[in-house]
Design a protein around this ligand. Structure first.
Ligand code: G3H
Ligand code: 13P
Ligand code: ZN
Length: 325
């Protein structure tokens, strides 16, 4: 059993309190390999932004549990090295945990924060499972995120075809009964690179800010989480398509909408697809322009540099988390 504090990690309690008071949101960025993690930590440290590094159950298996605490400890050390001994606060979070068993697995290898996503069960079952997780995690000083309402999209173990928006009338009862520390809600975002299908010439529909307002007025000062918040940048899709990719009609959440959510009760914004797209586009370009190149550093290196820029831009211009620590 590894204690996250021994790795130099933080849970999300203090991060969320400061984000709520300051009207900004903490970036919660998924990773699957060393280059993505290095880019996240470099961007956060150079921006002086607190950061949540997150792994899905599938990403944990891809990396292998034995590597995870060492990568997390290295992330803290890397931030320290880049800042003359002044690392930014880093939380290691389980994204879309599907059961208490997965939560226990994550905690045993040093996670400081966990999500239990039982949102696809009925209300009472969601309450039961989320409460069980909070009761297990809290004595270990680990923070817990749950979800009410369902986001469409596919992750490894939690699959939903259709969105069901959160009912603001349920949130107070849910938080009271479960004791969770933050709540993911469904207000019109979805996972992946195809979030909206606007007809030609049509605008992307706005998120349901009325639902977010309803939740924040019933839970004053309580941290809300926005999943599926990738913007799917046009330039990244263009680069990818230009060099042999095929991602027509990809569409994400317009930046001004995420910015608005971050200024409200949303304290954690989840972004994965933008990193995946950015990385893949640059690697495709290198493969296309230098077909004889076979040194991984020559294509993963430029992709990592692009990720640093992407994340710095998110911290400074989207979430307002830059310069907060
Ligand atoms: O919302 C889920 C994240 O994008 C992680 O996806 O389960 O494919 O690792 P994954
Ligand atoms: P995106 O697919 O929009 O990046 O969402 C990621 C996410 O919500 C991870 O939990
Ligand atoms: Zn998610």
């Amino acid at each position: 059993m590894i204690n996250y504090k021994d790795l130099g990690l933080s849970n999300t309690a203090d991060m969320f309190k400061k984000a709520m008071d300051g009207g900004y949101a903490i970036p919660a960025l998924n990773f699957n390999n060393m280059e993505q993690l290095q880019a996240i930590i470099q961007a956060a440290t150079e921006s002086r932004s607190p950061v949540i590094i997150q792994l899905s159950k599938g990403a944990m298996s891809y990396i292998s549990d034995s590597f995870i605490p060492h990568l997390a400890k290295a992330a803290v050390q890397y931030s320290s090295d880049l800042s003359n001994g002044n690392p930014v606060p880093i939380a290691l979070h389980l994204d879309h945990g599907d059961s208490l068993e997965t939560v226990k697995r994550a905690i045993s290898v040093g996670f400081s924060s966990v999500m239990i996503d039982a949102s696809h069960y009925d209300y009472d079952e969601n309450v039961r499972i989320s409460k069980e997780v909070a009761e297990f995690a809290h004595p270990l000083d680990i923070t817990v995120e749950a979800e009410l309402g369902v986001l469409a999209g596919i992750e490894d173990d939690v699959v939903a075809e259709k969105s069901h928006y959160t009912n603001p009338e349920e949130v107070e009862d849910f938080v009271k009964k479960t004791g969770v520390d933050s709540l993911a809600i469904s207000i019109g975002t979805s996972h992946g690179a195809y979030k909206f299908k606007p007809a030609p010439g049509e605008e992307i529909p706005p998120l349901h800010f009325d639902i977010l307002e309803g939740c924040q007025s019933r839970l004053p000062g309580f941290p809300i989480v926005l999943h599926g918040a990738s913007s799917i940048p046009v330039e990244a899709v263009k680069l990818l398509n230009q060099y042999g990719g095929k991602m027509d009609n990809a569409a994400g959440v317009p930046a001004d909408q995420v910015r608005k959510a971050a200024s409200m009760a949303v304290c954690k914004v989840n972004i994965d697809s933008d990193g995946r797209l950015t990385m893949t586009g640059r690697i495709r370009e290198v493969f296309h322009n230098k077909p004889s190149e076979f040194d991984p550093r020559k294509y993963l290196g430029p992709a990592r540099e692009d990720l640093v820029e992407l994340y710095k831009d998110k911290m400074k211009n989207l979430l307002g988390s830059a310069g907060r620590c």
